[in-house]
Design a binder for this molecule. Structure first.
Ligand code: BDR
Ligand code: CA
Length: 303
């Protein structure tokens, strides 16, 4: 199984990504860390614990950064609701988070692992940036970072910036300059693989996990006639089915101020960085394959 650590801000699509990572036997999810993003970190932590409790798992959860490194914090409650994960009555008796910060928990888990681990950030990259800066020795123990965030040539916060990178552009800049191999699963790609309304409807009849996902996904404030974007779930899909993606190696720079703050600039022509690359960037996805996989994953969940 692929050993992963998820750093997340649930969040409707984060909750779906956690669902896949927890239940797919080909993934070994060892730790969940939380960050402020879609809602405040106390809420994203509670939401992560709700998912862990829902599936009766004992995966440790550690709370992370309350605020971006420098930028003011703006949540996305208008899309994910006040709680961040609305619409379903989760059990109230939640497990307790670890008595360590996200950064300490990430460090300890990475250093204790006998083989390199994959980091999967699906929120802003504040915790990951702090980890790489405070404990550079972890870098050689990280297999790669498979991150949802950024975009080539579009945005959902501003016309230039995607939410996770916009939330903490300084952190994103540190991560892209860190030298750790990164796969960028950006907004331009996740917007091509909407979960169709027909499939969202079908989720209800699959099992209790499908019912839960249905009930939260129908509250997605960004929902359209074409369906709902499952942004963060595409990281897990990439880990299991890279063949469904088209990728290109390039250099990604992150804009940290001015009108394009939070933009991920891909050196597509290789002209600025003389052909050097720091990321494998997904540029296309098989949307049908994503939908089929999503439904099969949920169908296979036994509770
Ligand atoms: C990203 O922003 C968040 O609202 C989603 O959970 C996803 O991680 C998409 O831009
Ligand atoms: Ca997210």
């Amino acid at each position: 199984a692929i050993k992963i650590l998820m750093d997340t801000d649930p969040g409707i699509d984060d909750a779906a990504a956690l669902t896949m990572a927890i239940n797919d036997p080909k993934i070994d999810l060892q730790l969940i860390t939380t960050v402020a993003g879609n809602v405040t970190v106390d809420k994203t932590t509670k939401n992560a614990l709700k998912i862990v409790r829902f599936f009766n798992q004992d995966i440790p959860v550690a709370a992370g950064a309350q605020l971006p490194l420098f930028k003011d914090f703006e949540d996305a409650a208008r899309i994910h609701g006040e709680s961040g994960m609305p619409g379903y009555d989760f059990p109230q008796d939640l497990p307790t988070p670890l008595h360590k910060t996200a950064v300490e928990a990430l460090h300890d888990t990475i250093m204790a692992s006998s083989d390199p681990i994959t980091l999967v950030p699906t929120g802003s990259y504040t915790n990951i940036a702090l980890l790489l800066s405070e404990y550079p020795e972890v870098k050689s123990h990280i297999d790669r970072i498979v991150a949802m965030g950024g975009a080539l040539g579009m945005g959902n916060m501003t016309s230039a910036a995607e939410f996770n990178v916009f939330t903490d552009p300084d952190a994103a800049a540190i991560v892209y300059k860190s030298g750790v191999p990164i796969v960028m699963v950006g907004l331009d790609v996740t917007m091509k693989a909407l979960l169709t309304n027909e499939n969202i409807e079908k989720l209800q009849s699959l099992n209790e996990a499908g019912q839960m996902l249905h009930d939260i996904i129908i509250n997605d404030g960004d929902h359209s006639d074409q369906g709902s974007a499952m942004h963060d779930v595409n990281t897990i899909f990439y880990l299991l089915h890279p063949e469904a993606f088209t990728t290109r190696d390039m250099w990604i720079d992150v804009v940290t101020d001015g009108p394009a703050i939070g933009e991920t600039v891909g050196d597509i022509r290789g002209a600025y960085h003389n052909g050097k690359t720091n990321a494998k960037v997904s540029v296309d996805i098989d949307a049908q394959a994503f939908n089929d996989w999503f439904m099969a994953e949920v169908s296979a969940i036994k509770m």
